[in-house]
Design a protein around this ligand. Structure first.
Ligand SMILES: [Zn+2]
Length: 232
């Protein structure tokens, strides 16, 4: 990290105050920026967002595909749409329950995109909780912790569900888990909670085993497809 030229790295600027006839220290902008970063980091930790996704923004996301005009063209419409929600989430919040970020190709950075939005929501003072779909499903059968965990989840405004309803990765064993999942989803939606999901499939293509949950998601959603690069 380079040292700030304005304060020499001390974090304070010294100005003579003619009233007190003393030098007074004022926080430098570099210090204020650092404090802002620390605040958002604390929020990212509380949201349980893995640090490997913290550093992305929409610009460096788009830069990942420089030189690949096919992907850039395919994604640009939805990048702009997502940018609109990042800049002002109110319209989404007032009109939709679910933002579905998906694509069949790997390495499209779906989770990074979801985290970019989540970070902006945290900056707008919304409470967000990151959940891997597999962990969410496992929580329904963790009978000791279950009650406390779902009570704690009620304190959030948004749930970011990563790898949502990917039938290759998340195995919901048995009807019990599927019914619990459906109940949790529909209760959350009726309590005005919002969902940001990443997935390999669009909502209408969700596996039959999750039919009930799928119908909850289909009620009010925005779907955005993002393509990636198939690594050979
Ligand atoms: Zn400074």
């Amino acid at each position: 990290m380079s040292r700030c030229l304005k304060c020499g790295g001390s974090g304070f600027k010294i100005k003579y105050d003619p009233e007190t006839k003393e030098d007074t220290a004022y926080p430098c902008n570099c210090r204020l920026d650092r404090e802002k970063k620390d605040t958002i980091r604390t929020k990212l930790v509380r949201a349980c967002i893995p640090p490997k996704y913290w550093e992305y923004d929409l610009d460096n996301y788009s830069n990942c595909f420089v030189g690949n005009s096919v992907i850039q063209d395919a994604n640009s419409f939805n990048i702009n749409k997502l940018k609109g929600i990042i800049d002002d989430p109110t319209y989404f919040i007032e009109n939709y329950d679910v933002l579905w970020i998906w694509g069949t190709t790997p390495n499209a950075g779906h989770t990074s995109l979801a985290v970019i939005l989540a970070t902006s929501l945290l900056e707008h003072k919304y409470k967000v909780r990151f959940l891997r779909m597999q962990d969410l499903i496992a929580s329904f059968t963790d009978f000791e912790e279950k009650k406390d965990f779902f009570k704690y989840l009620e304190g959030f405004d948004f749930y970011l569900i990563d790898d949502a309803f990917d039938s290759n990765r998340c195995i919901a064993s048995g009807d019990y888990t599927r019914i619990q999942l459906f109940n949790w989803l529909s209760t959350a939606v009726s309590n005005n909670k919002k969902f940001i999901c990443t997935s390999k499939v669009d909502i209408p293509k969700i596996d039959k085993q999750f039919e009930q949950s799928k119908n909850v998601l289909l009620k009010s959603y925005i779907s955005m497809e993002f393509q990636g690069v198939i690594k050979k």
